[in-house]
Design a protein. Structure first.
Length: 129
């Protein structure tokens, strides 16, 4: 039985991004909740959105379509989507479909910060590129 999708908002002020943690299944039944949960962010025009995927158990083709649609919307507005730590099974699907060449996928906080356009300064504080 599919586990309902839970979406939790996470603030990422240090990299000037908005984060969303996903838990459960991102399937056809969950796409409307996903769209509703992130659309306001796209409309708001914030540049970077990070999707925390560590607790995502399953993604269907409809879920992949929703991620691709969000990526397209953000790019059209000059923003970017970063998928953070997709679990093994989800990552394997992304790799098999070639999505890791199209979408930004980060496996560490350092990669996430770099993809968001933040790098450590000489004094160890984060600075915008």
């Amino acid at each position: 039985m599919a586990k309902p999708l839970e979406i939790t908002t996470r603030d990422l002020e240090d990299i000037q991004a908005q984060g969303f943690e996903l838990r459960g299944y991102l399937d056809a039944g969950a796409v409307p909740a996903f769209d509703e949960g992130v659309t306001w962010q796209v409309v708001k025009g914030e540049g970077t959105v990070v999707i925390f995927m560590e607790n995502l158990e399953y993604v269907s083709s409809a879920g992949i379509g929703a991620l691709m649609g969000l990526d397209r919307q953000l790019r059209e507005q000059g923003g970017k989507l970063i998928l953070f730590r997709p679990p093994g099974r989800v990552r394997k699907i992304f790799d098999m479909l070639g999505l890791t060449r199209i979408l930004k996928v980060a496996d560490s906080t350092e990669q996430m910060a770099e993809m968001a356009g933040v790098r450590p300064s000489a004094d160890g504080n984060d600075g915008r590129r």
